[in-house]
Design a protein around this ligand. Sequence first.
Ligand code: 3PG
Length: 217
Amino acid sequence: MTTNASSKRARELLALAPVVPVITIERAADAVPLARALVRGGLRTIEITLRTDAAVDAAAAIIAEVPDAVVGIGTVLTPADLARSAEIGAAFAISPGYTPDLLRAAATGALPYTPGIQTASELTACVTAGFDTVKFFPAVPAGGLAALNALTGPFPSVGFCPTGGIGEANAAEWLAHRNVITVGGSWIAPAAAIREGAWQAIEERARAASRLRTAPR
Ligand code: 3PG
């Protein structure tokens, strides 16, 4: 099975930092100071979820004004979301799951893309479509590290970005798994901290997270 270019590049981008902050932003005006705080703290790769009306404007503002940030669009559910992500100049797109249409669109498009999986069947569909880097979502409710260990038996070369239930207390143990490229999570910049403009606290959490390391490969 050959890895497609979209997935290969997605793995390189996800590997830039041990943690990808998952951001749900309510006011586009918060985007730039937030991204600057994350970059100052050492986390350049950011996932802006398409869950709010402000998401697209927020991502576009970061892309325009924070050149050191590597902006990905998350909660990509349809080929139209994927196309919109490319249009605004996102560096990559990532989904909590996938559909055959999404895999097809991503495989033939230029945008680095990471589908989401939870089961061996879903992983089979992604790998056979050329995507060997996936989001494992929701990582903790879906069985945690025991489930990841089991999945990497038949899929030893797949790279994972576990997300969902990961935070300060357990990020290091996920990162110690040799198939984990990076972990995602909202704990670096929770919605309440963004709402309050707590940039200093976000920067400090980012700095602590940026010191985490993946396992040697
Ligand atoms: C996501 O969309 O990836 C999750 O909402 C992040 O999960 P967490 O809030 O448990 O970190």
